[in-house]
Structure formats: C-alpha cells, structure tokens
Design a protein. Structure first.
Length: 585
C-alpha cells in the first residue's frame, strides 16, 4: 500500500463519521506498511479508536489500540506502547476474543523484553498457554518465535532454536511471507552465536530476498543490520560497516531510532577495534544522540502536554474576560496556579531526567566491577565445556566405533549361531544406550542451572522414542505447564530425569502392560511425579528389588524427595515421587 493510500485513510478519518468497513480498512493495513509509516500512523490510529468508540464497535477500537501499541514501540515510546496494549487486552477479553487476547499478550511480552525480561516472559507465557488451550495456530506462529527470542536473551540457545523452528513450521505451512523472514533471521542469529557463520549468512540472505520481494523497508533495514553484526563477528570490518550504512540509510529516512542507536554503537566498536579513533568517536556521539532521543521522548511529550493545557486555558480566559470582570480575576488566579504547577512539573521532570542519567553512570561503574567477577566464573565454565567436549569427541567417537564394528561383524559373517547374533545385538544396543546417557550427562554439565521445562522436554523426547520402540503400548502423558519456569540445579534435574527414565524403562521391559501413564503435577510447595501401568504387577514382599530400583530411590532421596513403589499382581505397578520445591531451588 503506497503513501497516498495511507494519507487518504488518515484524512477520511478526520472528515466524516466512520463505518466499520472504513475502520477495519486502516486496522488491516499490511504489517510492513504499519512499520514503514509508524512515524505518522499514531495519529491515524488514535482517530480510528475514537471513531470505533463512537459507534460502539469494540473490536475495531481494540484493534486500533493494538496497532497503536505496535507503532509506538517502533517509535521508541515504550510507556505509550504498553498503555495501549493493556487497553487492547481489556477490550478483547470483554468481547470474548481469546485468539486476539493471546496474540496481544505475546506482543506485549515481546515489546518489554529489553526493559523487564521477567515480566516479558510472564506475559509471553500467558499468551502462549491461552493460544495453545484453544489451538490457535495463527497466534502461536508469532508467539513461538517471540518466546524463542526470550530464551535466546536468557542464553538458552537450544530452547530458542526449538521454539524458532516450531514457529517457522507453522508459518511455512500457511505461507506467511511476512512472518517467515523473522523466523529465518532468529534462527540465523542463534547459528551466529554458535559460530556457524555460513549457516547464519544463508538464512539472513533468504530473509532479505523475501523482504525485498515485499518491499518491506523496515525489514530490509533490520536485515542489513543483522548482516553488519554477523560480519563484525567474522572480523570482516569492511563488509560490516557497508551493511550498517545501508541499514542506517533506511532507518534514518523512516525514523527507526532504536535501530540507528544499535547500528552506530556497533560501528563505533568496530572502528575502535581497528584503530580508527576519530571514526569511533564520531559514531559513538551519534549513538548517544539517538539513545538520549529515546530517553527524552517521554519528558518532551509531558512538556508538550503542559503547553497544550496552557494554551487552552489562555483562550478560555480571554473569552471569560469579555463576560465578567469578576470571573476574569478568578480565571487569572487559576492561570497563575497552572503556570506555577507547569514550571514545578517541568523542573521535576528535568531533575528526574538528570537523576536517571546519574543512576545510569553509577550502574555502568558497577557493571565494570561485576565484569571482573564474571570473567572468573567464565573460566570455570570454559573448563566444564572443555571436559564435555572431550567426552563427546573422544568417548563418543569410540562408542560409535564399537557400534559400527559390531554391525560390520553381523553383516560380514554368516552367523548361524543365533546365540552369538543375539549377543552382538545386545552389545550394540547397550552401546547406543551408553551414547544416549553420555549426551544427557554432557547436557547437564554444560548448564549451571536449568528450568523444569528443559527436564520435561527431555522426558517427552525419551517417551517419544519409547513409543516408536513399543508400538503396541499406549503412553498417556500429563505435564503441568505451570512448572515450566521453575529453576533447579543441573544435578537435581539429571536425578529427576534418570529416575523417570528408569521407571518407564521398567514398565516397557517387564510389565507386559498395554498402557503406561506419566503425570507431572505441582503446587506451591512440592512437585509430584507418578508413573503407573496396567500390567501384570508383582508381589513386592516376595521379589528382590534390583539395583535399578535402589538407584531410583537413592537419586530421589539425594534431592530431598520421597520415593515409593506399589505393585499388585495382576493389576499393575505405581511409582510415586514427591519432592519439596525448596530442596530443588
């Protein structure tokens, strides 16, 4: 949609009462147009919301507030963005539109990610759960992608890739040419962070081609910036600066202040590293200029509001003076009070802004002190990563060689001895299980702290493999989503995972059951895990418990929990695990 169409829609809102169709026509502008024209569309959407309210069109009013939240966020007016997002959510909830409510919660969380990450995750999860409960794939395609950004900012790159790919699958299925570039870029960013620069460059190029086809100026500016970051990581200063310059050309034309601020900071760092002190200083000044512009927008808006109030009261005073001398004196006193209040508020805002700058300087000093402490912790983490790499590269490759050798023996010789063939098959299966357990151990070593969501994801993956291995056995799984954000140490997470794995393995091997139930629930005090089957069961009093059951009990006791086993011959077996949350934190 070109600029003339946008201007026509804006003027039509100003000249006459609007119908639902006219209100929807502005709300349904393509995403690329809303972003590209963010500098002027805020006024249009304010009038759109007012027009919808006058004709009691709640859905149109809510969508206008949602679009206001979007354009204000791109203009750097974050407080106004959040305010309008909440207005949209309240109206969507009032009219019972769960799909748009879920989407708005997701967008709100994404917009808050750089200012309040815990709150951002809270709203994102709220939208995710609501969309999943109603199976709303349209909302989930953006929520999964944006939730991946949250996980990426938490340095949980594997989880970030998981959600980015879930979102991309949905977008590709519905041919969402607007959303696909976002997913491609996000996956590319994770690849770049992992050092897979060629893969990252390929994905950025795919996203750029899609955005050029749609003439998405905001998207192209963003992609040029991604290329600049990538080439900077690859130490290719020339190409990095060229792409940042291309991004700035578009961003400056469309007033994308956040992108300009990021680009100039990155360019300053590149030039400083190459010895170009003059260029580094020039770009740093531009970075500070745009950064301060973003910080001062709220204050400028408040002052402008006071000026409007002053001019309005001045005009009212002049009209009242013509009517009565007595009323003029009263209004004069009122005006003086407003002037005093205006000066006081303006002075307070200036003082508050200076105080924020002083606090920022103090925080930067504290950050430098903290960096020294973090470096020591990073050295320890690097040692752990080194050990895990050695396990993966050396022991993992040796185990793989054993599997290959056993398989070669089976196919290279005509084994008439069925007992020998079974033995070789047993060795191969045992080695494969060892590799799987080795990978789980490396995963635990690489994480100082993990979420319960990570543990549950590994349990779900293991059960999916079990389904494939035991086609005649049904697995029924219930996992409480409220447990996902709960954090625990990697050691405790491994104990829980191994115990559940052993319990499910026992059911598969010995129970002869047709159904296995796995339930994971939690409340404020504890976590309950229950694994049950409808198999043949056994008499606990007359059966000697093996090392596997003793190990399960010992693992749970080490994390401060209680392990119990109950079995009735002919009815099945139940394993229950109760763990107080305070022991896992």
């Amino acid at each position: 949609m070109n600029r003339l169409v946008v201007i026509w829609l804006f003027l039509s809102l100003s000249l006459s009462a609007q119908t639902k169709t006219q209100i929807d026509s502005l709300n349904d502008l393509p995403f690329e147009t809303r972003i590209a024209k963010a500098a002027v569309l805020d006024k249009a959407y304010l009038k759109n919301a007012e027009a919808a309210r006058k004709i009691s069109y709640a859905a149109g009013e809510a969508m206008s507030y949602s679009n206001l939240a979007l354009v204000y966020n791109y203009k750097g007016k974050h407080n106004l963005s959040v305010e309008n997002a909440f207005k949209a959510i309240r109206l969507f909830e009032k009219i019972g539109d769960k799909s748009k409510t879920a989407r708005e919660y997701g967008e709100l969380g994404y917009a808050m990610k750089r200012r309040n990450l815990p709150k951002a995750q809270y709203y994102m999860l709220k939208g995710k759960r609501l969309a999943e409960s109603i199976k709303d794939t349209t909302s989930l395609l953006s929520i999964y992608n944006n939730y991946g950004v949250i996980k990426e900012m938490q340095k949980d790159l594997d989880s970030a890739l998981f959600f980015y790919r879930k979102g991309l699958v949905i977008k590709q299925a519905i041919r969402d040419t607007t959303g696909i570039p976002f997913s491609l870029n996000n996956i590319g960013i994770v690849y770049a962070m992992k050092g897979k620069f060629i893969d990252a460059e390929r994905l950025f190029e795919q996203a750029m081609q899609l955005r050029k086809l749609k003439k998405d100026s905001a998207g192209m500016a963003e992609n040029y910036s991604y290329f600049g970051d990538l080439y900077g990581m690859m130490k290719d200063e020339k190409r990095a600066l060229q792409h940042f310059a291309s991004s700035n050309e578009i961003a400056d034309r469309n007033k994308y202040f956040q992108l300009l601020s990021h680009n100039y900071q990155a360019m300053s760092d590149l030039k400083e590293a190459s010895g170009d002190k003059s260029g580094a200083l020039s770009d740093y000044k531009k970075y500070v200029q745009f950064k301060d512009s973003l910080l001062n927008k709220e204050t400028n808006a408040k002052i402008a509001e006071l000026e409007v109030q002053f001019e309005t009261n001045e005009k009212e005073k002049q009209l009242i003076e013509k009517q009565s001398e007595s009323r003029r004196k009263s209004n004069l006193l009122l005006l003086m009070g407003i002037l005093v209040a205006s000066v006081s508020i303006t002075g307070f805002l200036i003082w508050r802004q200076q105080r924020l700058k002083n606090q920022q300087l103090a925080q930067e000093h504290e950050l430098k002190t903290a960096i020294a402490q973090i470096e020591t912790q990073n050295q320890l983490q690097e040692q752990r990563l080194g050990i895990s790499r050695d396990l993966h590269d050396n022991i993992g490759s040796q185990l793989t060689f054993i599997i290959s050798s056993v398989d070669n023996l089976k196919y290279a010789f005509d084994l008439n001895d069925s007992k020998l063939a079974r033995k070789l098959e047993s060795i191969s299966d045992f080695t494969k299980d060892t590799i799987s357990e080795l990978r789980d151990t490396i995963w635990a070593m690489n994480a100082k702290e993990i979420t319960f969501e990570d543990v549950l994801a590994r349990i779900s993956n293991f059960i999916e493999k079990a389904k494939n291995a035991k086609a005649n056995m049904e697995f029924v799984i219930f996992i409480d989503d409220d447990l996902n954000p709960f954090r625990l140490s990697s050691v405790n997470g491994m104990h829980i995972y191994r115990t559940v794995q052993e319990a499910v393995n026992n059911a598969i091997k010995y129970s002869q059951a047709s159904q296995v139930n796995i339930g994971v629930r939690g409340d404020r005090a504890q976590i309950e895990i229950r694994i049950s089957d409808n198999g043949q069961g056994f008499d606990i009093r007359n059966v000697s418990l093996g090392n596997g059951l003793h190990n399960m009990k010992k693992r749970i006791e080490e994390v401060g929990g209680v392990f119990s086993l109950d079995s009735v011959k002919g009815e099945g077996t139940v394993v229950e695990i109760m763990i107080p949350k305070r022991h896992l934190a």
